[in-house]
Design a protein around this ligand. Structure first.
Ligand code: 13P
Ligand code: SF4
Length: 311
């Protein structure tokens, strides 16, 4: 038996013993996605976590996803295979600075992207993911003044499609910011019939070149609904290509490259910290466990629940 097979067997055994469920984001490694009970985008993972009955869940994703699950399910044990799995976008929005920003804009409703710390969530009126941001912003009356944080690219995109003028926090995801319009233009020349699928965390010039802009789940849906033989250039973290290729064997998926790289893909190093070894180890040791201060969690739960209700 190979090391990989041994680890998979161990994970399956421990999962049963612990009565645990494994959730994984589309950006994690292929082998993690393959053995997860559920894979999804940030919205789907939060929705699934909120409905689970099992007492233990392992969130194969990044820290803020584990925190969201823990806030929604305070009585459950939420494990994260590697506590170092952070998020550059969440890091670009420290809670103390965000609080000052909110104070500088009184009378504004605070909408935060789910890619934030629990403390930033606790300062927010409502949360969104890339999968529901447009719908939630549209559900608010037109006269409502809005602060949107922390992703300036997603915020700009929502402003442009909704006609709003939300005040934006100046944060970004280092993975999506690295995509280059020049490199995408070169790829489009090479594959002239390929449709461009882009995540709204990318910069505006890339989004303007895209045929479909959406969350990872929305891009996946667009790919599955296209006719056989279609080609796609995928402008988001390369982990999503695994599920796209699995669900659409008759279609071609080309990862868009980042600006400064000889390799063709753009990976989130945080997501890739989730490995089979760490997944097995966290189920064995029931650690590391995600903890959120109960007062912060209490405040953060309301805007998350408001989001789930509106999704
Ligand atoms: P979605 O899962 O909402 O598509 O967001 C992408 C992302 O960057 C998650 O970290
Ligand atoms: Fe954060 Fe970007 Fe990684 Fe998503 S891809 S977890 S937003 S750093």
């Amino acid at each position: 038996m190979s090391r990989k097979e041994e680890l998979i067997e161990k994970i399956e055994r421990l999962k049963k013993e612990r009565n645990a469920v494994i959730l994984a984001h589309y950006y994690t490694r292929a082998e993690i996605q393959d053995l997860a009970d559920y894979i999804g985008d940030s919205l789907a993972l939060a929705q699934i976590a909120s409905k689970l009955e099992q007492p233990v869940m392992v969130m194969c994703g990044v820290n803020f996803m584990g925190e969201t699950a823990k806030i929604l399910c305070p009585d459950k044990t939420v494990l994260l295979p590697d506590m170092e799995a952070g998020c550059s976008l969440a890091d670009s929005c420290p809670a103390d600075k965000f609080e000052e920003f909110i104070k500088a804009h009184p009378d504004h409703t605070v909408i935060s992207y789910v890619n934030t710390s629990a403390e930033v969530k606790a300062l927010s009126d409502i949360l969104v993911t890339s999968g529901n941001a447009r719908k939630i912003v549209d559900s608010l009356p037109e006269y409502e003044k809005i602060i949107f944080g922390p992703d300036r690219n997603l915020g700009n995109y929502i402003n442009s499609v909704s006609g709003r003028n939300m005040v934006l926090w100046d944060g970004a995801c280092h993975v999506h910011e690295q995509f280059s319009a020049e490199k995408l233009a070169e790829l489009k020349k090479e594959y002239p019939t390929a449709k461009v699928l882009a995540h709204p965390e990318c910069k505006k010039p890339l989004l303007l070149m895209a045929d479909v802009v959406g969350s990872t789940a929305a891009l996946l849906k667009a790919a599955t609904e296209a006719p056989d033989g279609s080609e796609f250039i995928v402008v988001t973290e390369s982990g999503i290509l695994h599920e796209m290729r699995k669900l659409c064997p008759g279609k071609t998926f080309i990862p868009a490259p980042p600006l400064d790289s000889t390799c063709g893909c753009n990976d989130c190093a945080y997501m890739k910290l989730n490995t089979l070894e760490k997944l097995a180890s966290c189920l064995e040791n029931m650690a590391p466990e995600v903890k959120v201060d109960s007062e912060v969690a209490e405040k953060a739960r309301k805007p998350i629940e408001r989001m789930l209700k509106l999704s």
